[in-house]
Design a protein around this ligand. Structure first.
Ligand SMILES: *Cc1c(COP(=O)(O)O)cnc(C)c1O
Length: 219
């Protein structure tokens, strides 16, 4: 059982390495045993979308895992993630930035953040609007959060079989990323692409994909 998952991982890793694309293994809902199997195959970057699950798993797994928070984050849960969280990919509003900055300052640390951008058609998805993101950088609002390193963007495409919609949303996100990076060289990561759409994301210039089910499905 473990070996199938590790094979899935190694096959995907090889494919992504050919494109120079980073992989976040999304381990939500998976056992620490399976996570450890992929860790033992050499992987260090894992993503979780719930604070409670992440807090439970972290102490049961090796210290040198880079944990990425990828799910919607309530401000009152920020305190549970610091100081050890590696990156927060779901920074979607300034009230969250305020709390993150305040807590990081208390710990005397900086936290790497991706701003989540709302590119999908579903209202249920989170993220700042495209206009808000441009304004945030044009008016240098990031200076209000000196303990946060804004190192890129994250986005999720609409859940649809229509690949032209997915492609156009990824293309939009890539354009925003390039526009901001032009004046803000700290931008390094563009996190877009999941199990169902990562190939399109690669074609549209992703630098980082977040993949769970494709690795953990045992077929
Ligand atoms: C679950 C999740 C993923 C991975 O989705 P898969 O379809 O399992 O690859 C990626 N990003 C976020 C934000 C998620 O919640």
């Amino acid at each position: 059982m473990n070996s199938i998952v590790v094979e899935n991982y190694l096959r995907l890793k090889q494919e992504l390495d050919n494109y120079g694309v980073d992989l976040i293994v999304v381990s939500k809902g998976q056992s620490t045993q399976l996570i450890r199997a992929i860790y033992n195959a050499g992987h260090r970057d894992f993503g979780e979308n719930r604070v409670q699950e992440l807090r439970k798993k972290k102490p049961e797994l090796p210290e040198d895992i880079n944990w990425h928070m990828i799910g919607h984050l309530q401000s009152n849960k920020v305190k549970y993630l610091l100081p050890w969280i590696y990156m927060i990919q779901s920074v979607d509003r300034q009230s969250l930035m305020q709390e993150l900055n305040k807590r990081s300052d208390k710990h005397n640390i900086s936290v790497d953040c991706l701003i989540e951008v709302h590119i999908a058609k579903e209202e249920s998805k989170h993220g700042m609007t495209i206009e808000e993101v441009y304004q945030f950088f044009e008016t240098e609002q990031y200076k209000n959060y000196p303990n946060l390193n804004f190192v890129g963007l994250m986005g999720m495409a609409t859940y649809t079989n229509d690949t032209s919609i997915i492609r156009s949303e990824f293309r939009t996100l890539r354009r925003i990323f390039e526009d901001i990076k032009h004046d803000f060289p700290e931008f390094k990561h563009l996190s877009m692409g999941m199990s169902n759409d990562y190939k399109i994301a690669i074609e549209e210039g992703t630098t980082m994909v977040r993949i769970g089910s494709l690795i953990f499905s045992k077929q």
